[in-house]
Design a protein around this ligand. Structure first.
Ligand code: ZN
Ligand code: ZN
Length: 291
């Protein structure tokens, strides 16, 4: 690429500091530091492409991505060097890495691919290294801030940066967790009642604008919403739990499959998740995957 300008440097510094940010935030930041020069998404995309052209040899990359948990479009700073936990060695100490790996393992093997914050903090007591619950909580917040995990409601999920940096690792360990529409990893998408295939909700939203049949089994899709048991208003970046509260570690309880039924818009109006697709995309059928 050509020469690096201040605008390139500002965005690199911003992403090094944040790891992951919403595209809206990145755009706002760039507009501010460039004094209005970078004013829209096309300009931001061009800036990102130019940065990638420069830093690719250093095994770093910026990538746009849709977070499957929040459905927000985010920009992620990626280490592309190798697909292994060892690449985090520069960033984290051995004890921190052990904790990170233990949470990752629990999230992979948990049927719903999510854990409550308190379960994540309880994992500190299972480590071979010594890590207090207080430090476990602080560390968990750092993992969240860096985009490795993401919190929604009372639960911690695999975050955009983890899914992008450990794609090969995750595809090896969770070969069934692939979106039937885009073939990328999916951990909390929508599942077809007929064939049990999963799709990202953002992929499905686009697909349902034109089709009403399951892309895998051609069953007619009928949307079924489940009432969420958690208070999803707690969508802050950081998680706070009473760290003194000891709760035995357990797998998320399996939800019973919901029988296929028709629901009217009135049935679901009070249960609508603000992150779910709007009315124009409702109709065909799927339910939010809760594993
Ligand atoms: Zn998809
Ligand atoms: Zn199907």
């Amino acid at each position: 690429m050509a020469t690096m300008t201040d605008n390139h440097r500002y965005l690199i510094q911003f992403m090094l500091k944040n790891g992951v940010t919403t595209v809206d935030n990145a755009q706002e930041y760039c507009k501010f530091v460039s004094k209005g020069e970078i004013e829209d998404i096309n300009m931001l995309e061009r800036l990102v492409a130019e940065i990638n052209g420069t830093i690719s040899k250093q095994s770093f990359k910026l990538k746009f991505f849709v977070c499957e948990v929040t459905n927000q479009k985010v920009l992620v700073w990626l280490n592309t060097k190798n697909d292994d936990i060892s690449k985090l060695q520069i960033k984290f100490s051995p004890v921190e890495l052990e904790y990170f790996h233990a949470i990752l393992q629990e999230l992979i093997h948990n049927e719903e691919h999510r854990l409550t914050t308190i379960v994540c903090i309880n994992i500190t007591s299972t480590l071979t290294s010594h890590l207090t619950r207080e430090n476990g909580q602080k560390l968990l917040n750092i993992f969240l801030k860096n985009g490795y995990f993401v919190v929604k409601g009372a639960y911690i999920y695999l975050g955009p940066r983890l899914i992008l940096e450990f794609t090969i690792y995750l595809k090896t360990h969770c070969p069934e967790s692939v979106c039937t529409l885009c073939s990328e990893l999916v951990f909390c998408g929508n599942i077809c009642h007929s064939c049990r295939q999963t799709a990202h909700s953002h992929c499905l939203t686009k697909y349902l604008e034109m089709e009403s049949k399951c892309p895998s089994c051609q069953a007619t899709l009928e949307r079924i919403m489940e009432v969420d048991e958690v208070d999803d208003s707690r969508t802050t970046q950081n998680c706070r739990e009473d760290v003194n509260e000891e709760v035995p570690m357990q797998k998320q309880k399996r939800r019973q499959p919901v029988p296929t039924r028709n629901i009217t818009s009135d049935d679901s109006s009070s249960e609508e998740d603000p992150n779910e697709p709007g009315p124009s995309t409702r109709g065909p059928s799927t339910r939010r995957r809760r594993r």
